[in-house]
Design a protein around this ligand. Structure first.
Ligand code: NAD
Length: 692
């Protein structure tokens, strides 16, 4: 074997050259890898003894994409298109041999090879859309030439990974090799190509599939219509669609130039920068500086959950989905039956959509045991409490768990806001107590706030972070304070939303501004969905808040057909003249004269205090890093990822501007806008959150 350069080897076996890339961990297309491919392929082609070339990767995967870390640096070395041209124009067949994932630039390299073979477990995809981009090295022009416009649209706008079997059916790969025989299979395939004198097949010349879509603009119009909701606010999906349209309507080279132009536009734009920032933020969040990767962890093979209500049931599903048996405990048979039935119904719904099989439903349900006896949790490795949000009730429960559950097990609470240290103090083993704050619906929402108490041990933290990954969550480690990171910041926005409607904005004005900003729902529509009567009791109601007044009128949200909005029988919301009058009367009773509140004020009043609270959270060490706060808000509250997260948004607005506005609001509206010390200090030092 001859080393061509530090990442490339070349061997020639009986006329077939095998170029092997080896750049751990994922053979990303760094300068070195681009050079390596160019040189390796070049040397093979220049060798008269070589009849065909196999391009294969060492390690766990074929080229898994671009080297994103290079995006924000000055460009250097060979460009990917230069490398691709060397392959595509080769006078001898080049065969890509794929294992692991051929993603983004990796698949674009494979697409300029004349043939592709893969192992059955391999996956292919163009996921650039997820970082606000499009495949900028011919992916949007070549993919539809193989799979057709419809399938290409789906792939580039979703970033989906296609399994090798499906890739074979679509023509994206030409042959599957045995799982453990990629190299031999690729060489055998290469020999076959040579022996049969197969042509040097260039995807750029394959026009049949794109011609089939030409003159059918409705194909694209329908795709846009069908996905309008999903793509709302994002620039990259539309740019990807336009490139597929170009592939269909333009000659190849023009399409390529069009793709290049749109790629550069996205690359220079704010959305992709924010999405790339978020990509790194979500990876960093797993890293806890004082809990190193080699911290011992506690095996978790059985989980106990207390409370089969809204949260307990959803939490249980996470573990069942990961194949971990769960015992769920309730106080009454009726509540237990209801909880178990809800879990089954959820699974059956998923099965009816074809996402899992009925067999999977039964397998998961078989791993779930219901019980009315806490004693049944004695041998669990992890117990998660999801009962009523009341400190006395929780402390009593943790006291019992302390007596019942075996030593060494992890005792977790799903509390949304209570003091975890106080809960832990009810046990003789506070080092084993931790918060696992799931979000509702717990089987759907990606976020898990892992709450570290004063005494929580490092192995318990390490175990819970690892477990979060195992059950497919995005975790952020946070400290103890009311509402932790997510809800504490949310409280700022909710307070301002409430004040704004008394000052003259209507609930639908506030909601519209926040939805236009990119949030999935405004605070008032959200309240209507959750029910205005959460925690409300008629006998205690004093009509002292808008919410109480609405509940007293039986306007309790969507479920009663009326809340802040009026709802029709399809649950479509309409602004309510009744509510408008109630608000005006209520404001008048408080001596407030309504004024016109601008959209800009709504946005700044709702968002800037969130950024300010984030700064306080950092000041207090409740979050490890600013980017963790962004991870919490993107995954737990639907903050638009193309704006990075609230802290990144603060940076992009300019913290000096945020501070100046907070000071202006403080002068006009008082202490709710008191700037955080950290914010003041950062502005004085011309720093932003990314510099912390
Ligand atoms: P819920 O009222 O739907 O469910 C609580 C369940 O616990 C009930 O079924 C009740 O019968 C059961 N229960 C009460 N005491 C019990 C006991 N001693 N033993 C066994 N079971 C008992 O409440 P929920 O919305 O699921 O909330 C549970 C916890 O999760 C609370 O701490 C809440 O703050 C937190 N949380 C809720 C949400 C949310 O959006 N609902 C989100 C995050 C966290």
């Amino acid at each position: 074997m001859a080393a061509i350069n530090p990442v490339t080897d070349l061997v020639i076996e009986d006329g077939i050259a095998v170029v092997t890339l080896n750049s751990p961990p994922v053979n990303a297309l760094s300068v070195a890898v681009r050079d390596g491919i160019y040189q390796g392929i070049g040397e093979a082609l220049d060798n008269d003894a070589v009849q065909a070339v196999v391009l294969i990767c060492a390690g766990k995967t074929f080229i898994a994409g671009a080297d994103i870390a290079e995006f924000d640096k000055p460009r250097s070395g060979l460009t990917l298109p230069q490398v691709q041209q060397r392959i595509e124009d080769a006078g001898k067949p080049v065969i890509a041999a794929i294992h692991g994932t051929a993603l983004g630039g990796g698949l674009e390299v494979a697409l300029v090879c004349h043939y592709r073979v893969a192992v059955p477990s391999a996956k292919c995809g163009l996921p650039e859309v997820n970082i606000g981009l499009l495949p900028g090295a011919g992916g949007t022009q070549r993919l539809p030439r193989i799979v057709g416009a419809e399938k290409a649209l789906e792939m580039v706008t979703s970033g989906m990974h296609v399994r090798a079997k499906d890739a074979l059916a679509m023509g994206l790969v030409d042959e599957l090799t045995p799982e453990d025989g990629l190299r031999a299979g690729a060489i055998a395939f290469a020999r076959k190509v040579v022996a049969e004198g197969r042509p040097l097949r260039k995807v750029r010349d394959m026009n049949e599939k794109v011609e089939a879509a030409r003159g059918r603009p409705e194909l694209f119009a329908e795709f846009r219509r069908g996905n309008a909701r999903k793509f709302r606010g994002f620039q990259a999906p539309e740019a990807n669609i336009r490139c597929i349209e170009a592939a269909v309507n333009m000659p190849f080279d023009e399409g390529l130039a069009f793709e290049h132009k749109l790629f550069e536009e996205l690359m220079a734009g704010t959305q992709s920068a924010a999405q790339r920032y978020y990509f790194f933020a979500s990876r960093k969040a797993w890293n806890v500086p004082d809990v190193p990767a080699d911290t011992p962890t506690i095996p978790v093979n059985t989980v106990g959950i207390i409370g089969a209500g809204t949260m307990g049931g959803g939490i249980a599903m996470n573990f069942l989905n990961a194949g971990i048996p769960v015992t769920i405990v309730e106080t009454k048979q009726e509540a237990l039956d209801r909880g178990l039935a809800t879990i089954r119904r959820n699974y059956e719904n998923t099965a009816s959509k074809g996402r899992i099989s009925m067999d999977d439903v039964e397998k998961r349900m078989a791993q779930l045991k219901g019980s009315l006896a806490l004693d049944d949790l004695a041998q669990c490795d992890l117990v998660i409490e999801a009962i009523f949000e009341n400190m006395d009730v929780k402390k009593e429960m943790f006291g019992k768990l302390d007596r019942i559950v075996r030593q060494g097990a992890i005792l977790a609470s799903n509390t949304s806001a209570l003091d975890l240290n106080e809960i832990a103090s009810a046990t003789s083993r506070p080092q084993d107590v931790i918060g696992l704050h799931f979000f509702s619906p717990a089987n759907v929402m990606k976020l898990l706030e892992v709450v570290r108490g004063e005494k929580t041990s490092k192995p318990v933290i390490a175990t819970c972070m690892q477990l979060a990954r195992r059950i497919g969550k995005v975790a952020a480690l946070v400290g103890v304070c009311p509402g932790f990171v997510g809800n504490r910041i949310l409280a700022q926005r909710q307070r301002e939303a409430g004040k704004l409607v008394l000052e003259g904005a209507m609930p639908w004005d506030v909601d519209r501004v926040l939805v236009d900003f990119g949030l999935p729902m405004g605070p008032f529509a959200m309240s209507d969905l959750a029910g205005l009567d959460l925690g409300w009791r008629r006998e205690n109601s004093t009509g002292s808040t808008l919410r109480e007044i609405l509940c007293e009128m039986d306007r309790r949200g969507q479920k009663t057909g009326a809340g802040f909005y009026d709802y029709d029988d399809k649950r479509q919301a309409r602004p309510s003249p009744v509510v408008e009058n109630i608000i005006r009367d209520f404001a008048a009773s408080k001596g407030i004269t309504p004024r016109v509140v601008s959209e800009q004020e709504i946005l700044e009043r709702c968002i800037y205090p969130m950024i300010n609270e984030g700064a306080r959270i950092l000041e207090e060490g409740i979050a490890i890093r600013a980017s963790d706060i962004d991870v919490v808000w993107v995954n737990g509250y639907g903050w638009p990822v193309y704006r990075g997260g609230p802290m990144r948004y603060g940076d992009s607005v300019g913290l000096d501007k945020v501070l100046a506005k907070m000071q202006d609001f403080e002068a006009r509206f008082g202490d709710d806008f008191k700037p955080a010390k950290l914010l003041v200090d950062m502005v004085a030092q011309r720093k932003s959150f990314k510099d912390l």
